[in-house]
Ligand binder design. Structure first.
Ligand code: RTP
Ligand code: MG
Length: 149
């Protein structure tokens, strides 16, 4: 089943020049990037995106982190890609993330864990609509899709 996930490279990933490395992993896996947007998130959008954590003690630090520089917001499409991308991203605390995952290979601190990915179909729909208009998401077929699927 094809799904769309909202994925975001956080400011530390952009500042560390890791955009290419991370996108390469998704592309090599056979996933398809259907929208991207580089932007500096404002406080209001950060608070909406992470609304589920509003009461947590780390909320202010999280909002400060995510608004501290440009992010690369994107929509990635592929077969059951929401859970697949979460596996590729690894555990929230990079010290506990498996080697071979993005956080396990590149990050150390929970508060600098490089990347966000939607955790469910409901989150994906909500997050994609927070960051993208329908007209900013591209529908296209790649020739290798009939090999991959
Ligand atoms: P994300 O939403 O960014 O994809 O991360 P996640 O699902 O793996 O983790 P989540 O529980 O949703 O937490 C969101 C982000 O908040 C920061 N955080 N800090 N200091 C702490 O204990 C703490 N816990 C979470 C992390 O940046 C985490 O990715
Ligand atoms: Mg989360």
């Amino acid at each position: 089943m094809r799904e769309r996930s909202f994925v975001m490279l956080k400011p530390d990933a952009v500042k560390r020049r890791l955009i290419g490395d991370v996108l390469n992993r998704f592309e090599r896996r056979g996933l398809k990037v259907v929208a991207t947007k580089m932007m500096v998130i404002n406080k209001e959008l950060a608070e909406k995106h992470y609304a589920e954590h509003a009461e947590k003690p780390f909320f202010k630090d999280l909002v400060d982190y995510i608004t501290s520089g440009p992010v690369l917001a994107m929509v990635i499409e592929g077969g059951e890609c929401i859970s697949l991308i979460r596996k590729m991203v690894g555990a929230t605390n990079p010290k506990e993330a498996d080697m071979g995952t993005i956080r396990g290979d590149y990050a150390i601190e929970t508060g600098r864990n490089m990347i966000h990915a939607s955790d469910s179909t409901e989150s994906a729909v909500r997050e994609i609509s927070l960051f993208f208009k329908d007209s900013e998401i591209c529908n296209y077929i790649l020739p290798d899709e009939e090999i991959i699927y």
